[in-house]
Design a protein around this ligand. Sequence first.
Ligand SMILES: Nc1ncnc2c1ncn2[C@@H]1O[C@H](COP(=O)(O)OP(=O)(O)OP(=O)(O)O)[C@@H](O)[C@H]1O
Length: 273
Amino acid sequence: MLKLENVTRRFGGYAAVNNVTITVPKGQMVGVIGRSGAGKSTLLRMLNRLIDPSSGSVRFDQTEITELRGAALRNWQRDCAMIFQQFNLVPRLNVLTNVLLGRLNYRSTLLNLTGSFSKEERAMAISALERLGIAQTALQSAGTLSGGQQQRVAIARALMQQPKMILADEPIASLDPLNAKVVMDSLHNINQEEGITVITNLHTLDTARHYCERVIGMAAGEVVFDGPAENLTSEAVRMIYGAAAEELSEDITSTSIKDKASTPSVGSLQHAV
Ligand SMILES: Nc1ncnc2c1ncn2[C@@H]1O[C@H](COP(=O)(O)OP(=O)(O)OP(=O)(O)O)[C@@H](O)[C@H]1O
């Protein structure tokens, strides 16, 4: 269970995240939505301490995350794998090695310096790539892959961390609709099958509605909506996106990910991208 209490982050005099209190039970898939600058990335980055809160408490089970230092902080960052809009792979390294990099925090510095990964770790990496439908790319340089494939490599690398949570910061913002669907389906599938909590920032309302059992809407650093996707009434949308929301059709806030039932299965799509 993740519990944030009165979490605030200021940059100078400006509160990018202002007094946020939320609890996320284990295994939930949460979509965080809001306009650009609403504070979504700052909130997510405070969870794994890429950014420190100015005040407030972040607890995971019995641990106060804001107080972690050294090895305990590294262990926490391993426990909550992060996925970024720009994938953050090492482009000149092959896909398999990129995925194996997810094991670094499990290994001693000496082992890391020698650069050797065990047979078991390699088998685990191949199996993660198979699960994401991209095992055939294992020996290709990561930089030669399509955006959608690269994001799936990033998800495979996250799985290698055997995380308790996956934090995804606009994972589909750079992808076309077909690749966006494959990536969101993968995250959803991991959430459902492994029970790993997924918290993902999303630009688009319909993606949050479609994949996330819970939606958190942010505006000017504050949580202005928190509930199941079906409670996202037009009034709630107005609170999140402001008056401009009235002029926005769902298409404009959409990547056009259609209903799962009306599109091909992940398996067939994986070969198409
Ligand atoms: N390192 C920083 N220094 C100063 N201001 C910052 C910093 N990081 C974020 N901010 C400011 O905090 C506010 C929230 O930014 P944040 O990136 O969290 O928003 P966001 O909702 O994720 O936006 P986007 O969807 O565009 O990524 C913005 O006004 C931003 O300019």
